[in-house]
Design a protein around this ligand. Structure first.
Ligand SMILES: Cc1cc2nc3c(=O)[nH]c(=O)nc-3n(C[C@H](O)[C@H](O)[C@H](O)COP(=O)(O)OP(=O)(O)OC[C@H]3O[C@@H](n4cnc5c(N)ncnc54)[C@H](O)[C@@H]3O)c2cc1C
Length: 429
């Protein structure tokens, strides 16, 4: 039987944060978009996530018209506070409230985004549809073959195929784009709790224990996610009693949460292999966004923000060429998109890959963090660094180094109002 072929301007594979953002913004430019998602259920969501959206995602969420809706659904405007061996650092949210991220579970966020995308005029949302093959015409990707609900075989054609299908991107694999994979020498476990009180109220807490990292992340619906990332050398021991070791780990944290009177509402979930992946994000007729292009180390909680931001950059770069249906212009636009991604994320990927090898803080980090604990003014430099919002070229500026040296040389005391300083007690793995 002859297969019917459907025509669009853009085909997007994957309806999660990156794919939905791109679909909405492309369709707003008057383009016809097919948005494919292998899950049939519109409420499907990414289960392995710690749910903090960095401030860089917020302006795009506002432009999508979704900020109010996710706040109404319980998203917490949030920043964080980071424990270091010298004391606590502020991070992420400024006191004036002008810069904040969001804490909202993917169970809530993903369906909101997907429903919004599905309801956007110009978007043909196709749930239960899985990419199988790419279609090439004259060495250029010109469409896809997919399997729809009830094993229906589909062929779709478009000027541009967007792979937004996550860290194990099948789109990237089929296109054979060059990729870099860096080992992550940490594994992660997490669990959800109710009625958990944190010393920082609703602000996120992160502990940099060198080399372990721990998190307490308050979310919507009164739930707090606790997570820990430990060196793989401790995995075998940790696995002998995951629930017990998880609780013991948090019990021994400096300024850690009190887990005695709280309700644990999930089992302890884990992700044991979290390699960092970076792929060339373009090929003729193809662009990758989100984790398909760069899957960073989750210890920095930045993947959602990167996916949302990159989706917007792609639309900004490519929409005009797509409206004009001009392949050469589209290739130039995709190259601009590639350069923008590389400039923004390339250096951060290298820095993340280095930290993922499980090293203690380097000289600059020690200098800056120890000084910022004593001088909160330095937080404007260390905050963007601990959240990985700062570009690698921007850290640390010369004047900040001088100031940090001065603060450390004069041994200024820790400011009042910060959380009490505690001696470091390394949690057992
Ligand atoms: C342990 C852990 C914790 C994390 N915590 C945070 C955090 O706190 N903050 C943060 O910003 N980031 C975090 N991240 C990263 C974040 O989850 C990802 O960066 C983000 O989800 C990437 O979004 P995406 O849209 O690119 O892809 P994904 O969210 O992975 O979505 C891909 C979509 O494509 C669909 N799909 C896949 N293959 C196909 C196919 N063949 N056909 C059709 N559809 C397909 C999938 O079903 C899915 O809906 C964490 C990651 C991990 C592993």
């Amino acid at each position: 039987m002859k297969q019917s072929v459907s025509h669009y301007d853009v085909i997007i594979v994957g309806a999660s944060v990156g794919g939905c953002t791109a679909a909405i913004l492309f369709a707003r430019q008057g383009l016809r978009v097919a948005l494919l998602e292998r899950h049939q259920d519109i409420n499907a969501y990414k289960k392995v996530c710690t749910h903090y959206l960095q401030p860089n995602a917020v302006p795009t969420l506002q432009r999508l018209g979704l900020a109010d809706e996710i706040e109404a659904a319980g998203a917490i405007r949030n920043g964080g506070q980071a424990w270091t061996r010298w004391g606590w650092l502020g991070a992420g949210a400024r006191k004036d409230g002008k810069s904040y991220g969001y804490s909202i579970r993917r169970e809530v966020l993903d369906p909101i985004l997907r429903r919004h995308a599905a309801a956007t005029p110009g978007v043909d949302f196709r749930p239960g549809t899985t990419l199988r093959e790419l279609v090439y015409v004259n060495n250029r990707i010109a469409g896809i073959r997919a399997e729809g609900p009830d094993r229906q075989q589909l062929e779709l054609r478009a000027q541009l195929v967007v792979g937004a299908d996550g860290r194990n991107s099948r789109t990237a694999e089929l296109a054979g784009v060059p990729s870099q994979v860096k080992t992550n020498n940490r594994f992660m476990y997490f669990a959800y709790f109710r009625n958990l009180t944190l010393a920082t109220g609703q602000r996120n807490q992160v502990w940099y224990l060198e080399p372990e990292v721990a998190y307490a992340l308050p979310n919507d619906d009164g739930l707090t996610l606790l997570a820990c990332a430990l060196p793989k050398s401790k995995l075998a021991e940790f696995k002998q009693d995951v629930p017990g070791n998880f609780i013991r780990f948090f019990d021994r944290l400096p300024n850690g949460p009190n887990l005695r009177a709280v309700e644990q509402v999930s089992e302890v979930l884990g992700m044991l292999d979290i390699a960092l992946i970076s792929r060339r994000p373009i090929a003729p007729g193809l662009a990758l966004v989100g984790d398909a292009a760069v899957a960073p180390d989750p210890v920095w909680g930045q993947g959602i923000g990167w996916a949302i931001q990159a989706a917007e950059w792609l639309v900004e770069a490519a929409a005009e060429a797509l409206v004009e249906a001009h392949p050469e212009k589209l290739d130039q636009a995709l190259e601009r998109y590639r350069q923008q991604q590389q400039a923004a994320f390339g250096g951060r990927f290298v820095r993340d890959a280095d930290f993922a090898q499980v090293r203690p803080f380097n000289l600059f980090e020690r200098l800056m963090y120890s000084a910022a604990v004593r001088d909160p003014g330095l937080g404007q430099y260390t905050g963007p660094h601990t959240t990985r919002l700062a570009h690698i070229r921007h850290f640390p500026p010369f004047k900040a180094i001088i100031r940090a040296l001065w603060v450390n040389l004069t041994h200024r005391e820790q400011p009042s109002g910060s959380l009490p300083r505690q001696r470091r007690r390394l949690p057992a793995g």
